[in-house]
Design a protein around this ligand. Structure first.
Ligand SMILES: Nc1ncnc2c1ncn2[C@@H]1O[C@H](COP(=O)(O)OP(=O)(O)OP(=O)(O)O)[C@@H](O)[C@H]1O
Length: 299
């Protein structure tokens, strides 16, 4: 369990974090979501002990030594370009006190874990963006930390590497690791994280279990496309708005609304072309609790 209590951070006069309090369950994948400048990186650096001048309190895993417990994956790629993947891993392993056969064995193990075993001798210089991202993560895993902090680990990568990273995260979680995952890609957090905190302007606006937030705040909808427009009386189920080549009806009773849409088109010679249930998204929850869309223009 990680307990963050009243954490405040100033950069000069700029208050980057304002009284943040959060609890992160052991073994969870905890998502930190917010637009650029929300304060995610600052909070992660504080948890990882990279930033030490802050107010408030952080307690990590029963108070055991933080450095040994934590693997930090920075937002910027932090690798020596002229060295091989293996040498980079060994360099970071040594920083955590690994040496000799243990270091070599662990570097080989991590190379397999990050899917770069076949590129062992290649210089990082010749790696794709996705491969560098995977190696960046691998370096933070060398000392087998229990808590892994990832700051936007999928920025600028191809879908294949993103999938690979997701699978790695799931495997780490299955092994009992706790993951803190900062991102401004809401779909990623929704897919990966069982707990989530929304951040904006240095504050946590809301946090909880992903499923609970979806259930509590996001309203489902149905999508309807027909040869004739949706009748006005459907508005009694909720808000109707044009969407793509049809209509979106946001409603708390999607099944009853679907039933009525079916009836409506059935008695009009089946002019229904598409009828779909639209699953509520974390993006909608963010909008409901903050009144903002998660877009750069809100800062
Ligand atoms: N070293 C610094 N000196 C001064 N201000 C800083 C520094 N680092 C961050 N800030 C400011 O603190 C605020 C929070 O920044 P932070 O990088 O933590 O946000 P973020 O949510 O991680 O954003 P991004 O997604 O763009 O990384 C921003 O207003 C930023 O400009």
């Amino acid at each position: 369990m990680i307990t963050i209590t009243n954490v405040t951070k100033f950069y000069g006069k700029k208050e980057a974090l304002k009284q943040i309090s959060l609890s992160i369950s052991e073994g969870s994948c905890f998502g930190l979501v917010g637009p650029n400048g929300a304060g995610k990186s600052t909070l992660l650096k504080i948890i990882a002990s990279i930033i030490q001048d802050y107010h408030g309190n952080i307690q990590v895993t029963n108070g055991r030594n933080r450095k040994e417990e934590i693997g930090y994956v920075p937002q910027e790629i932090c690798l020596e370009q002229t060295l091989s993947a293996y040498s980079n891993l060994c360099f970071f392993g040594k920083l955590y006190g690994l040496k000799g056969k243990t270091l070599q064995h662990r570097a080989t193990e991590v190379l397999h874990q990050i899917g770069l075993a076949d590129r062992v001798k290649d210089k990082v210089l010749h790696f794709s963006g996705g491969m560098k991202r995977r190696l960046n993560i691998g370096c933070a895993l060398m000392h087998q930390p229990k808590l892994i902090i990832m700051d936007e680990p999928t920025v600028g990568i191809d879908p294949q590497s993103r999938r690979y990273i997701f699978e790695m995260i799931r495997r780490l979680q299955q092994k009992g690791c706790t993951i803190i995952y900062a991102s401004h890609y809401m779909e990623e957090v929704e897919q990966l994280c069982d707990e989530v905190a929304f951040m904006d302007h240095g504050k946590t606006i809301h946090y909880g279990k992903t499923g609970d937030l979806l259930q509590q705040y996001a309203v489902p909808a149905i999508f309807v496309k027909g040869t004739i427009p949706l009748p006005k009386e459907m508005e009694r189920f909720g808000e109707v708005s044009p969407h793509k080549d049809g209509y979106l009806l946001t409603t708390k009773t999607p099944l009853s609304a679907m039933e009525e849409v079916l009836m409506f088109y059935k008695i009009r010679d089946n002019g229904l072309e598409r009828l779909e249930l639209v699953r509520p998204r974390l993006e909608d929850v963010f909008f409901t609790v903050t009144g903002n869309k998660l877009r750069d223009e809100i800062i």
